[in-house]
Design a protein around this ligand. Structure first.
Ligand SMILES: [Zn+2]
Length: 306
């Protein structure tokens, strides 16, 4: 079973502050890194968080606003200089390819690793791995923008060792086969997996909103997330500003998380007007029972629900 943690590398909207870098979130699942957005300056926090230079990595760009993608170039170069050799898969809208290619051409960057650009041209699953998949949904922002979900595949059920021993199943390989759903023969007798293994258990689901207004589509998309990271640029006093700029308030983030049955909500992407975004937390907590504030370099572990 893979450990999973969310590390915030940048939590400020539009303008960095003394304490907050521009948008970037890293999710470390086992030995793999999933990075969502790369705001300018995020590489410093990435290095400080010691997330690993040569780990298997995918990067997802929610949209091409400068505070979400300008950190990519420096991040690539730093990893290359520090010895990265593994390829990176990067996902985003069609102009992401242009953005990377044009910048590489003009600045003449040469990297020691390959970058594979995946243009997102549809909603739904965009990347599949052994234990999880990444899906995307259109967000409602001032330009083309996406929200993402990491959804783990269900885990095998609980293995009943006592029952297995009563059935004289020898420990080792057969246990493993049964655990993963295979039926086996023991002394010529068929033992079905479900005789000793309980029902499959739900994997974890993490939602990442990017910049967006709350929408019904996103409410469905984020349904039953264990952790939902949702942008909360403003508090309720700035509701009209949120509508005008296609962002969300902490009240709206909390309402969406509640209506989507998300177990935990983490607010991020705070306007630089909030020196301390505590006011956003307090507001959201009146609506949802489990809310936290993201901070640069803060880590949240994501345990299994059961
Ligand atoms: Zn933004």
């Amino acid at each position: 079973m893979a450990d999973m943690k969310i590390v915030f590398l940048g939590t400020s909207a539009a303008i960095p502050t003394e304490k907050r870098c521009l948008s970037s979130i890293a999710v470390k699942r086992g030995g793999e890194l999933l990075v969502f957005d790369a705001g300018e300056g995020m590489q410093k926090n990435f290095l400080q968080a010691k997330l690993g230079i040569n780990k298997k990595m995918k990067i997802f760009i929610t949209h091409l606003h400068i505070d979400h993608c300008l950190g990519l170039l420096g991040f690539f170069q730093t990893m290359s200089l520090l010895g990265r050799t593994k390829k990176i898969d990067i996902y985003g809208e069609s102009r992401l390819r242009e953005f990377i290619h044009e910048n590489f051409r003009i600045i003449n960057i040469e990297l020691a690793f390959e970058i594979v650009i995946h243009v997102i041209d549809k909603e739904g699953v965009i990347a599949s791995e052994d234990g999880y998949q990444i899906s995307c949904c259109k967000a409602d922002h001032s330009i083309h923008a996406f929200s993402f979900c990491i959804t783990e595949h269900p885990r095998p059920g609980i293995f009943d060792v006592e029952k297995a021993s009563k059935l004289s199943i020898p420990k080792g390989e057969l246990y493993q086969k049964l655990q993963f759903g295979e039926d086996v023969f023991v002394n010529g007798k068929l033992i079905k997996s479900n005789q000793v293994v309980g029902p499959k258990r739900k994997g974890r689901k993490i939602g990442i909103s990017g910049d967006t207004r709350p929408t019904t589509e996103l409410k469905d998309f984020f349904n039953s997330c264990d952790v939902l990271v949702f942008e909360s640029t403003y508090n309720h006093d700035y509701q009209s500003k949120a509508i005008e700029t296609f962002h969300s308030t902490s009240t709206e983030a909390a309402l969406l998380a509640k209506e989507s049955n998300c177990s935990k909500l983490i607010l991020t992407h705070f306007s630089s007007r909030y020196d301390d975004p505590k006011i956003l937390l307090e507001e959201a907590r009146t609506i949802h029972g489990n809310v936290d504030l993201a901070e640069d370099m803060k880590t949240f572990y994501v345990p299994y629900a059961e």
